[in-house]
Design a protein around this ligand. Sequence first.
Ligand code: GLN
Length: 278
Amino acid sequence: MTQALRLATQRLAQTSDTARLDAELLMAHALGVTRSAMLLGRGQEAEPAGFAALIDRRAAHEPVAYIIGAQEFFGLDFTVTPDVLIPRGDSEVLVEAALAARPDARRVLDLGTGSGALLLSVLHHLPLASGIGFERSAGARAVAQGNAGQLGLSARATIAVGDWTKPGWAEGLGHFDLILANPPYVECDAPLAASVRDHEPASALFAGPEGLDDYAILLPALPGLLAPGGVALVEIGHQQADPVTAMAQAAGLRVTLHRDLAARPRVLQMQISPKEGG
Ligand code: GLN
């Protein structure tokens, strides 16, 4: 097994920045154990059947998370399929900011919930809160629903059909203490890694020529969805802080910026501006 891992790592180094980690995760998957259990083992086992086929898939740019069907996010295990964007470490900043901003939140809305990573991480840490994961893709809704069950959150998380490109989409949702969103924000012609462009759902990534189309719909709707004192947190591309801040201000929102693990702008926190002169 040790030798098989070494050879697989060499092969994956051509396509992945995390070749050793990828090889270990795929080996653990082929052995049917966790990566930590595998690393704690003595490594004397024979190469498991099927390992080579998993390495072939990764070498053809398929993301590890889709191959093994799982991704950890905010310390929780999520099931992922090609119907959902793979939760990224950078998005953990949004969850941290949400928990810090409204530890007392009772009603949470996640716009475009995908795997449910944002909503379910927040609900896991706020035992008195309940929430809605708004999602237009039936495949993604099934994944989010499954994750809610897996994490013991089905009673507090409602995965709802919704599409913000349809007029009237926000009517009847109610008001929320926390609104979370990681909408599509990639420019249509952005040069993306093959593992992203060829495997992750385009509908979760691309938002027009400047990547701003979904913010243009979502931000004006936020004031009508926020409860008094409510806070919205929206993930942005690292070069989008200025245009998205301007859009939020035009919608009457006050904006605070949070940076990701690489210190790049990543999350805008928004609240309704207090009325001037009042
Ligand atoms: N952060 C993702 C990427 O760069 C994009 C996520 C999104 O569009 N919401 O691939």
